[in-house]
Design a protein around this ligand. Structure first.
Ligand SMILES: [Zn+2]
Length: 227
């Protein structure tokens, strides 16, 4: 259909990863009329240094923060998988889950963590990256999950996968017009962002350094994998 909107799927391990990784690009795509869906792998229930906080309360608060951030970014739909923080594994089950979302949502572009990034601490970032990449193959090739084709869930091949935090980025997106929106969306993650740590300055510096290298005011960098 000629007037069908372009679609992007952004898959992060925790509430806040999508905004850190691709917030400026996502805000720009939404402003250009794209339909954007977020998948958040875990409930983020270990993401705190507060010794008094309950993991249950933290998970609820982080879900609310993510919904608010998705509004600020321009209105992304949010799907919460609600796995426990720190316990994601790139199992066949998670791969299947990713393949189903890819086939059902039919995104033209997919964004996620680069699982090959060296010296990356968080296991969930590696696990979700690999599950997305593996799920992409199952979503794309008809001899994977052959029964789904029989019940109307057809194969889907996105145009490209964009990996953030990439060791060797080869693709730049201009976020000059949307850096402020990325920062504003990140500010919704109150449990995560203590201004005293200087996160905002680091995000701004990184975006402007990347932009300068490419003659832009601000940029995000990705490894672009054609699918
Ligand atoms: Zn994370």
């Amino acid at each position: 259909m000629a007037d069908e909107p372009r679609r992007a799927l952004v898959i992060g391990a925790h509430p806040d990863d999508n905004e850190f990784g691709a917030g400026g690009t996502i805000a720009r795509l939404i402003a250009e009329g794209w339909d954007v869906t977020y998948i958040i792998g875990t409930n983020g229930n270990k993401g705190s240094h507060d010794p008094a906080i309950s993991p249950y309360a933290l998970a609820a608060q982080r879900e609310a923060e993510q919904l608010a951030a998705a509004e600020v970014i321009g209105g992304a739909r949010v799907i919460f998988l609600r796995y426990n923080d720190g316990e994601l594994e790139a199992t066949p089950a998670l791969r299947l889950e990713m393949a189903l979302y890819l086939r059902m949502l039919r995104p033209h572009l997919v964004f996620t963590h680069d699982p090959w990034k060296q010296y990356m601490f968080h296991p969930d970032h590696r696990a979700i990256g690999f599950a997305v990449i593996d799920g992409m193959v199952s979503a794309r090739d008809h001899l994977f999950l052959p029964g789904l084709g029989q019940v109307g869930i057809a194969v889907w091949r996105p145009e490209a996968l964009y990996l953030w935090g990439a060791e060797q980025p080869d693709h730049i997106e201009d976020i000059s017009a949307t850096l402020e929106r990325k920062i504003a969306a990140l500010c919704e993650h109150h449990t995560q962002l203590d201004r005293a740590t200087g996160w905002e300055q680091r995000v701004r510096q990184r975006a402007s350094d990347l932009g300068r290298e490419h003659g832009l005011g601000a940029a995000e960098a990705f490894r672009r994998m054609p699918v």
